[in-house]
Design a protein around this ligand. Structure first.
Ligand SMILES: [Mg+2]
Length: 105
């Protein structure tokens, strides 16, 4: 199975080939657009219209969000796998059931 770090390295090569002049804010705009697509899919589900499409659209948006996140990290010198691991190590210790106000911090 490909790790996030391996995928980010592959994305970096793909990015250099396809969009060598990408400015560092551009993938953030793409990321926000994809979050909007995910929200749109949820809206369709909540409204009970085109629900079959909505489920596929949610998965597609999630994949695109991750790809844009890799793009953002590659354009801004961030190790995505490390960022996730460091943050998850902090978040995983919180217990909002035991401490609803502070999560145990
Ligand atoms: Mg999309």
């Amino acid at each position: 199975m490909t790790t996030i770090a391996e995928m980010q390295a592959e994305h970096s090569r793909w990015l250099s080939h396809n969009f060598p002049h990408q400015r560092n804010h551009e993938p953030l705009l793409g990321l926000m657009e994809e979050v909007g697509e995910l929200a749109h899919a949820h809206l369709k589900s909540a409204q009970g219209i085109r629900e079959i499409d909505a489920e596929l659209d949610k998965v597609d948006a999630i994949g695109d969000i991750f790809i844009y996140l890799m793009s953002y990290c590659n354009s801004n010198g961030v190790d995505l796998e490390k960022a996730i691991a460091v943050t998850w190590d902090r978040v995983r210790t919180r217990d909002w059931q035991a401490d609803p106000k502070k999560g145990g911090e």
